[in-house]
Design a protein around this ligand. Structure first.
Ligand SMILES: [Zn+2]
Length: 356
């Protein structure tokens, strides 16, 4: 494999101190992961690009946001950002089973109701987005891979759909099951279904999968001719306005093997027999089975320009993010005060009726 040294900036070199601090529990998990890497328990191997099978990469960063020594690269042919060299599947399995949740979402471990509520909120937005583009008959089957506590599926269930979810982690599953959801432990390849789902959901999952091509082939087989696939991943061209606050170092971490733009995601899907129905750079997207296309539209130059621009304007984007949050918080505080005032004066129900 050929690699060129081309870090985004000196901040992305191995010598630079890590960006984020962690809780004591997450700090313990981080030490265990770094020990497994430095001790050779986790093995890193060079990979070909999943889209173009290329083997020329520019190096973007030598460590992730927590200082874990992984290399994030961009493919010089198609522009897909990816960890390379990358851990073996068996190492990722150990990482997800033993460390992932405690390291990345430590604050929600042991709080399945909170976890469910956060998923349910996202689920309502996903239902609205999907139904804007796809007509799905009531009572159709919706499948989610990597369903967590099942909150996203619960939003679909409330709209009259039958739902099934699978996840490798069982931490939060019992809460979803107690809400009447059919949640199964396992992955896509363990799943037994007696009909084709109308929709398969991958919400913040595809970027974690070692071999997305193999997964997408299986998804296509499961969907049949008329199903749809919803994919949500953190978009690399959304960094200037999302919670990463214009800082690429916040986006890179061991759990994200791939960092997609809408174009590189679409290239991957086309290669595996899908066509895009809708999508944005957030990234929310809908695909349906289509022709397999081996040709691709490169994102290399666009992605490099975006990275350089974002890094140059990082201070401004961080400032804009904080101002936007401050305004939003102020709005919610004022709203809460007004609602309390109306409730105290007995005018709340009347005002709600007048405004609806
Ligand atoms: Zn490539």
């Amino acid at each position: 494999m050929y690699k060129a040294e081309r870090l985004i900036s000196p901040r992305f070199s191995r010598e630079t101190p890590r960006l984020l601090n962690l809780s004591a529990q997450a700090e313990f998990e981080l030490s265990s992961v770094i020990e497994k890497i430095s001790g050779g328990a986790y093995v890193f191997e060079d990979r070909e690009c999943q889209i173009c099978n290329g083997n020329r990469f520019d190096i973007l960063a030598e460590h992730d946001r927590y200082g874990i020594p992984i290399q994030t690269t961009i493919c010089c042919e198609c522009g897909l950002m990816q960890t390379n060299p990358d851990m073996r599947e068996i190492d990722y399995k150990d990482f997800y089973t033993q460390h992932y949740r405690k390291l990345y979402i430590a604050e929600l471990v042991g709080q399945p109701e909170e976890f469910f509520r956060e998923e349910y909120w996202r689920g309502q937005r996903i239902v609205d987005y999907v139904l804007r583009y796809v007509k799905i008959p009531k009572n159709a089957l919706i499948l989610e891979i990597g369903c967590g506590a099942g909150g996203i599926l619960y939003a679909f269930k409330q709209r009259g759909y039958r739902v099934v979810g699978t996840d490798l982690g069982v931490d939060n599953m019992s809460h979803g099951r107690s809400m009447g959801l059919d949640l199964r432990n396992g992955d896509l390849f363990d799943l037994e279904l007696h009909e084709n789902p109308a929709l398969i959901i991958y919400s913040h999952v595809l970027e974690h999968i070692c071999n997305p091509g193999k997964t997408l082939q299986k998804v296509r087989e499961l969907l049949g001719a008329s199903g749809h696939l919803y994919i949500e991943v953190p978009g690399v061209k959304d960094v200037h306005r999302n919670l990463f606050q214009g800082d690429f170092l916040r986006t890179f971490h061991l759990a994200h093997i791939y960092n997609f733009s809408l174009r590189t995601l679409t290239n991957l899907l086309k290669k595996n027999g899908f066509e895009r129905l809708a999508g944005d750079e957030t990234i929310r997207s809908i695909f349906r089975p289509g022709k397999t296309q081996v040709t691709f539209e490169t994102d290399y130059h666009d992605a490099c320009n975006y990275i350089i621009h974002t890094e140059n304007w990082r201070g401004f984007y961080g400032w804009a993010f904080r101002r936007k949050n401050a305004v939003r918080n102020l709005f919610y505080r004022i709203r809460s005060v007004l609602i309390n005032m109306l409730k105290r004066t007995g005018l709340y129900s009347l005002t709600k009726r007048l405004l609806s």
